[in-house]
Design a protein around this ligand. Sequence first.
Ligand code: ACM
Ligand code: ZN
Length: 725
Amino acid sequence: MKRLLLAIAVIFAVACSKTTSNQTNEVAIIPQPLSLSKHNNAFVVLPSTTIVCDVEEFAPIVKYSQEYMKVGVATKVPKNNYISISLDKLLAEEEYHLAVSNDSVQIVAGGYGGAFNGVQTLFQLLPSEVYTKQMRLPAVVKGCNVKDRPKFAYRGFLLDVARTFMTKENVLRYIDYIAYHKINKLHWHLTDNQGWRIEIKSHPNLAKVGGFRGGDSPINAALGKWDEKYGGYYTQEEISEVVEYAKVRNIEIIPEIDLPGHSGALAAIYPEVLCKKADGTPRNTGIVVCATKESNYLLLEEILAEVCALFPSKHFHIGGDEVNMSQWKSCPDCSAWLKKNGYTDGHKLEDMFIGRIQTILAKYGKTPSVWNEAAFGGGLSKEAWVHGWKSPKVCKQVMAEGYPTIFMPQQFFYFDMRQSEHENGAIWGGCFDIRKVYSFDFAKEGFTPEEVAQVKGFEAAAWSEVFLSQGGDKSIDFIEYQTFPRLCALAELAWGKNGSGEWQEFHNRLYKSHYDRMADMGLNFRITPPNVKYENGLLSIEKIDNSAVYYRMEGSDKRLSYRGAIRTSQPGRYLFWAEYRGAKSPEVAHSSQYKTIKPKVTLTSSIPDQPKHGYHRVADYYMSMRTSRTYKEGDWFLFEFEEPVECRSIEFVTGSHAVPSRLITKGYLEVSHDGKTFHHVAELNYGRAKLLNPKPIKAARIVATSDDVPGSQLRICSPIIYPKW
Ligand code: ACM
Ligand code: ZN
């Protein structure tokens, strides 16, 4: 009778799972397990199913699992209808075996990490609805046996909350997202030039004042709109809550206090940490901590001691990246130290500084982690973890120094970079989507198997300079869009890229199964766009997955379903995108959509230019020319065209092209059709103004209506002009 009921339940559950989206019955796990064998038995989770686990240490995992699966617990192993989680000390800490039968799901793990990983695999064998925490029962667990362990001990993700602040609730959400992908380290970038995000009780102003920029804050709002106060910070209680939440999810948090560079927020609160000027007088702005002031080490110890106490990790990231040595070189004390020790290279000061901080950390039981720049001084403990961000080649050099190395070359793993040419995002480190992340290959990068065996792991970085300009909740949506699904590929690399390693096979698992999971997780993930083809007057779409394709005509928001090839002589007017359960691809179009024109133009300004980056470069349509000073209210930039420009759109951009910095915060655009009289046509938004279908433009002028913050340098781009169809 029981078996009959079970059989009915299976049929019912399978039927139910078919009603949600287009999930297949394929076993498709990301990251791919080391060993996976499928079979035809299946377990059915019923309201009466129980979890049984007598390992006290795993109690948080049982509670966590119950949140998702809504099942009870049993103290003794029942005859059937149970999920067991048990310990086998012969397995490695993060290793697990998972066996599905008609009667049970049995997870055997080497430790807490293995048990958690086993539960994540179980989730991926259930309907994706499990991630909503409202999964309907009965629910089928697909039949398979798994023997699995990660190849790399460090599978990390960097969250930069210094540039774009993320609330505690959003950090917790992110921890869930990465935990679903068996990521086990969160590198929490808590301080930078633009903000100090962690409460320090002995120095409360660091967070209370330094957690904000713009408005009345002493922090120069290098990013975003400096006239609007922006920011936030975490109290120590909140930090502890996040640490505990992550721990349950097998995630170790490595905090970063970025020193001695990237210290603008610290220096805004305590300018006395800066080097003296060459004439011995105090400096009041800067981003590098003086390496020879004894008082700095006392202050830093007070700060670091509090941070050390909040994070159980043995590892503490102290930065060490991108130190501009010029203030050290002009500092009477730092230059005297170099001279006394017979050095000329400023890096010696960084080595000394890192050594001093290492000694402080050791008092609190911590080992430093650093960026790759700090790995070559000789004084860094060989236990220190080094994050190689510059390139695979630099990672190789770091490994040659004998350091446990975490691979995060910007060209593959900096997720602030845009994913295709016409999307938002930074560009300095490259332009790449998930395919490139997945393509990372040690052999292609020149690593021997012996070297690979020494690699500590991988990390992806969600630097957030580019996120802020999305505005409010959109910033958080954009972080998700930039991170997923690229992080799925990183997770698979860090797990060991088991299976074929072929893109197509991975992509199949991704879109056939994991798109649904990400949708149910609540992620705003990016869908890889379809390909656009134009041949013999026919515009068509080549689908690459099971998402639906839509299009709109340029200038209209009307969403049209793509049903087949479109006959047109103006293919660039059609903008296509793919959608899957609320997630979207970027818009894609025929190349003619993106073609710009470069009519003859000159640029003049009330502000002189920097000769090396002069305004004359507008003739060649350079992106980004630089001013020699910042701006005041009333300063202007004038673009004069040789002939009135006819176009379908024209955009004027102040500031860096990709990142909202060095821009005119408040100002307007005025245009002239005759070159004499000007009409106010738009306010600047994040330093930009775009006009659609304007009357022919002879000249355009950007006028600032407020002063800039002191010290910030302004940039100006050439106009971006799209021709009439
Ligand atoms: C870095 O990108 N400066 C680590
Ligand atoms: Zn100094």
